[in-house]
Design a binder for this molecule. Structure first.
Ligand SMILES: Cc1cc2nc3c(=O)[nH]c(=O)nc-3n(C[C@H](O)[C@H](O)[C@H](O)COP(=O)(O)OP(=O)(O)OC[C@H]3O[C@@H](n4cnc5c(N)ncnc54)[C@H](O)[C@@H]3O)c2cc1C
Length: 332
């Protein structure tokens, strides 16, 4: 088995040890064994937020099919949470990353997580305070790299989310308002909102089939958004420390002096060639999405996507004095 077969960006060589488990007990004991044998550990969910190296992976990859290993999208459908429809990957991956879309994030619906602490060997429950959620981050995400691997200190066994017990949802997100021809704050029902989100995601090339990659569409071989949208102090824009063009759409974060800058817009206007190299490019549907354009396995995509990533970071820094931050886990 290659990491390319387990990741949505289809990058990565042969895995030394791949273990699939379907019970919590086996999951914990597989993690314990890997740590005991000092193996580099990667607990993998949907593999939709990882950029592996091209070479072989000398370590242990564990995939759990129940609890935290279940698909986020289907759990959210059951819980009538429309915003995360179409986000690929597992419940565990989303809880670690504080996944989010269309103005909502996991932190808004999180109740608790049952985790295995690799440091103490205990199973404990974490509540929202323990998670220390931030934009696409958490205490768990910050601990990734524990014992030299690519997973957190705390392995999520299961998590509870809040049901969105609502008949109608107030729409504020610009692309949804535009698609439905609504005014800010207008109400829509769950099905309309979910279907609209899925339609927009499909048009942006960030909707993939539940079993992984849409094999015939290179634009969908990605990790979704590659960079976070930079959040900066408004004063830095006003005093010229950050020089932005007049026509860039900015989002003022309510009750703060902060401004969110659309990274996709910066990349789109950076003049970087979309077809960067054989193994790396920018999606034709969304500039924030870096892709592996090769439908057949290509052993240099990982290296070439890293080159493109560095090139974009450098170009945006030179032009705007903004340092883009990467969203996925970049394996070293
Ligand atoms: C087409 C596409 C669209 C996307 N759209 C969005 C979006 O709209 N919003 C968004 O936020 N993200 C998006 N993403 C990124 C990604 O889907 C999310 O970050 C997702 O939550 C990752 O989950 P996963 O199970 O795939 O994690 P993986 O990629 O498998 O793992 C990522 C990290 O989480 C850790 N991890 C996974 N499961 C566990 C567990 N049980 N316990 C502890 N650690 C664990 C892994 O060890 C690894 O370090 C998109 C990705 C793609 C490919």
């Amino acid at each position: 088995m290659r990491l390319a077969d387990l990741t949505t960006i289809r990058v990565g060589g042969d895995i030394e040890e791949f273990i699939e488990v379907d019970s919590e007990k086996d999951f914990i004991s597989a993690v314990k064994n890997a740590d005991k044998n000092l193996k580099k550990l990667l607990v993998i969910g949907g593999g939709s937020n990882i950029l592996p190296q091209d070479g072989n992976f000398n370590g242990c990859v564990i995939r759990y099919s129940n609890g935290a290993g279940e698909e986020l999208s289907s759990i959210c459908h059951e819980f009538r949470i429309p915003y995360f429809a179409g986000i690929p990957g597992s419940l565990g991956g989303a809880v670690v990353q504080n996944a989010g879309a269309y103005g909502a994030q996991i932190a808004d619906y999180f109740l608790s997580a049952k985790v295995f602490d690799r440091k103490t060997g205990e199973v404990i429950h974490l509540d929202i305070k323990d998670m220390m959620y931030e934009y696409r981050s958490s205490e768990l995400k910050k601990s990734i790299g524990f014992c030299g691997g690519y997973s957190p200190r705390w392995i999520v066994l299961d998590a509870k989310l809040k049901k969105a017990d609502m008949h109608s949802f107030s729409v504020k997100y610009p692309s949804i308002l535009k698609e439905l021809d609504l005014k800010h704050g207008d109400l829509v029902d769950y099905n309309t909102l979910r279907d609209t989100i899925l339609k927009i995601r499909d048009e942006n090339g960030v909707l993939i089939s539940s079993n992984g990659v849409n094999k015939n569409d290179a634009d969908r071989q990605s990790v979704g958004s590659f960079f976070k949208n930079p959040v900066v102090d408004r004063a830095k824009i006003e005093n010229g420390q950050i020089s932005l063009p007049h026509d860039i759409p900015l989002y003022m974060i309510p009750n703060s002096n902060l401004v969110k800058i659309p990274a996709a817009w910066l990349i789109q206007h950076s003049g970087i060639n979309r077809m960067y190299s054989k193994g790396a490019g920018i999606s034709s549907k969304h500039a924030l999405v870096l892709i592996n354009p090769q439908l057949a396995y290509y052993e240099k995509s990982g290296e070439e996507i890293r080159k493109l990533m560095n090139h974009i970071i450098m170009r945006i820094h030179e032009t705007y004095n903004i340092t883009l931050e990467v969203e996925p886990i970049i394996m070293q």
